[in-house]
Design a protein around this ligand. Structure first.
Ligand code: GLN
Length: 480
């Protein structure tokens, strides 16, 4: 049995049936990570990983059952795993060691996972290309002259290059879906609150979620079933029942009402992804779905809305990094003012500083109403518009990105061009709805394009069903 030809689900099954040992599977993926060091997707392979895998093999022999029993998993560098570094791609947290397990890590460990490495990311998850990490840029799994997307670029590149069967990412404005699209893999941002954020280093707390990045849709649904569920440590996490997502994948879209957003129809015109987007709609219709015209009038304002709310929350979340408690202290600081000033100047990179300045500006008295309050009102208006739209359809279909992964360095000098990367993904964060990216069709040089399915809150089942169907038809449509 070839380990890397197995899906996550099949690997989990093979390990639990003792056809493959966790030790062999973990060793195989560690070696893969070492072979592909050139990608810089992985920041650290944990030195106790193989011991943990051996322990799991013993436990499995003694009857342990768990959805991830012995399965190797990679986490993004902003997710806390007790005793391991979590640097958030920043110099400021270079030597920070997690003091406790995040809920998602605990849930994976309880399910038997072997968390064996942490993946590179844009500093503090701010970026769309994984070029802002203090630990160097990450490269695209399919074309190393291109970006892997961001901020979960390390996680997506690792899955795309076959360095792990699954990796966790976080998504504040598109950071799971956009890199998934660029590396030809599947990534979901779950409903806001569906997954606990406890122990995940915060960027914009009111809109971000953790989610899995996998090679296919069913693996993704399987993995999300492990991660979901509220935690007493995160008041925003939902305590409602968690359904099985896999059982909602039906292999059919017959009778489903697919919302076609007027604003997307306009926005997509002329972009590389346009053909894939249109082919997806055509394919769904040919297979029994009904296309319904819907509208979110203020769609175009989702991007500016995000770039007010996210920096505002980042400013306040990043206030704790002051060189006093758990972040790097400037060795040159002579008094307390200098500790703050120099530590923050040296610890944060350029993009993070830009966000802090933006955030302080929109929160400052005199501008608070004009910017922050207005953005929050707009967010509510967008939610209301989406509620109306979701009365008429089961989900929206839209592109994940405008085109294929761009070249390294192409946008790093132009922050606005970089922010526009999030054009299609941010809406789901502002609405708090689930959204998945699934590859469909190819663009320049045969590189993958991504299609997004967005459904109303807690409707991950619909999202997975449609995404799985699109994936199953990927071979017949939208080929270049
Ligand atoms: N690219 C967006 C930003 O830079 C989104 C990042 C994210 O989802 N973490 O803010």
């Amino acid at each position: 049995m070839k380990i890397d030809e197995l899906s996550l689900i099949d690997l989990a099954k093979a390990i639990s049936e003792q056809k493959i040992t966790s030790y062999d599977a973990t060793k195989f993926y560690i070696e893969k990570c070492e072979e592909r060091k050139d990608l810089n997707a992985i920041l650290e392979i944990f030195d106790d990983a193989l011991d943990k895998a051996k322990e799991m093999d013993e436990k499995i022999k003694n009857g342990f059952k768990g959805k991830l029993a012995g399965v190797p998993v990679v986490i993004k560098d902003n997710i806390l795993y007790k005793g391991k570094k979590a640097s958030c791609g920043s110099r400021f947290l270079e030597n920070y060691v997690a003091q406790y397990n995040s809920t998602v890590v605990q849930k994976m460990l309880d399910a038997g996972a072997v968390i064996f490495a942490r993946a590179n990311m844009d500093e503090f998850a701010m970026g769309s290309s994984t070029e802002t990490s203090y630990y160097g840029i990450t490269k695209n799994a399919l074309d190393p002259t291109r970006v892997p997307g961001g901020s979960s670029g390390g996680s997506a590149s690792a899955v795309g290059a076959g360095l792990t069967p699954v990796a966790l990412g976080t998504d504040t404005g598109g950071s799971i879906r956009q890199p998934s699209s660029y590396n030809g893999v599947v990534g979901i941002k779950p409903t806001y609150g569906r997954v606990s954020r406890y122990g995940v280093i915060a960027f914009a707390s009111s809109i971000e979620q953790v989610g899995p990045i996998t090679k296919n849709v069913k693996d993704n649904a399987y993995m999300l079933e492990v991660l979901v569920g509220g935690s007493e440590h995160d008041e925003t996490s939902l305590k409602t029942d968690v359904p099985s997502y896999l059982s909602q994948i039906k292999g059919s879209v017959k009778g489903l009402r697919i919302g076609v957003l007027k604003e997307i129809e306009e926005a997509v015109a002329g972009f590389e992804v346009e053909k894939s987007y249109r082919d997806t709609l055509k394919m769904l219709k040919e297979n029994g779905a009904t296309l319904v015209d819907v509208s979110i009038k203020d769609f175009k304002l989702t991007l500016p809305c995000y770039y007010i709310i996210a920096p505002a929350e980042a400013t306040s979340n990043l206030g704790r990094f002051d060189g006093v408690k758990y972040s790097r202290r400037s060795p040159d600081a002579k008094d307390v003012d200098e500790i703050y000033f120099k530590s923050r100047s040296e610890g944060f990179g350029k993009e993070v500083k830009r966000r802090i300045m933006l955030g302080n500006f929109v929160l400052s008295s005199g501008y608070f109403d004009a910017y922050y309050n207005k953005a929050k009102k707009l967010q509510q208006k967008l939610i209301n518009e989406s509620k109306e739209a979701f009365k008429k359809c089961d989900c929206f279909v839209l592109p994940t990105t405008a085109g294929v992964a761009f070249k390294l360095g192409a946008k790093s000098g132009d922050p606005v061009a970089m922010y526009k990367e999030d054009l299609f993904t941010i809406m789901a964060n502002i609405l708090g709805t689930p959204a998945i990216s699934v590859p469909f069709g190819k663009g320049e040089n045969g590189l993958p394009l991504g299609i997004q399915i967005v459904a109303d809150r807690l409707n991950e089942g619909v999202v997975y069903n449609v995404a799985d169907f699109i994936e199953s038809k990927g071979g017949d449509y939208a080929r270049v």
